[in-house]
Write a protein that binds this ligand. Structure first.
Ligand SMILES: [Fe+2]
Length: 200
């Protein structure tokens, strides 16, 4: 077992990649995976869930490019996400949302293009909602769950992130407890959305 505090027996070598700012893809060796609506049904309001089952279960909500790094403290994981525009009823497309399993780990996002809202909350009841657009740098401190919401009707939201390789993802707590706030379409709002208290 290697330690981040001592020189490793097997040295990890530096590498260079490219971020395609048009597509949002990380090139050269990054793994790509997708999240479909069928994997996220339970995070939408109950009255909206039937809309997914009726017509759009296979729809791709977001695509992720990331490097498979050693899952050890000391390493960082670079990642890009393309979150497509769309809605389920009045709720915008969003990421599934998670706490880090290693709760004392942070994350940084840089917005490449698009606009949205970052929902954050803690297990103790704190919450914070931040609107952002291209160029925004978002800092998610340790202990804050996080979910990205695309509030555009037309444009993908593309963002680059970095997080500690030992962070891990706890999706289950969010699936069971939900987020305290939700972002819904509001045609009368200048930013196209409003923030409501969640049902659950
Ligand atoms: Fe995260």
């Amino acid at each position: 077992m290697s330690s981040y505090k001592s020189y490793p027996e097997k040295l990890f070598y530096p590498f260079k990649s490219n971020l395609d700012f048009t597509s949002g893809a990380l090139e050269k060796g990054a793994k790509c995976w997708i999240r479909q609506l069928s994997e996220m049904i339970e995070i939408y309001d109950e009255n909206n869930q039937s809309l997914i089952l009726l017509e759009s279960e296979d729809t791709i909500v977001y695509k992720v490019y990331e490097y498979e790094m050693p899952k050890e403290q000391g390493h960082l994981i670079p990642v890009t996400t393309i979150l497509y525009p769309g809605r389920v009823g009045d709720q915008f497309f969003m990421t599934k949302g998670h706490y880090h399993e290693e709760k004392g780990t942070a994350e940084v996002y840089l917005i490449i293009s698009g606009e949205g809202v970052l929902l954050m909350q803690t297990e103790k009841g704190d919450h914070k909602e931040i609107y952002f657009s291209k160029g925004a740098l978002l800092y998610i401190p340790p202990f804050w769950a996080h979910r990205m919401v695309n509030v555009s009707n037309t444009d993908p939201l593309k963002f680059y992130g970095v997080y500690p390789a030992n962070a891990g993802h706890d999706y289950d707590t969010i699936v069971s407890d939900g987020f305290r706030k939700k972002i819904v379409f509001d045609k009368n709002s200048p930013n196209n959305y409003k923030i409501l208290k969640s049902q659950n």
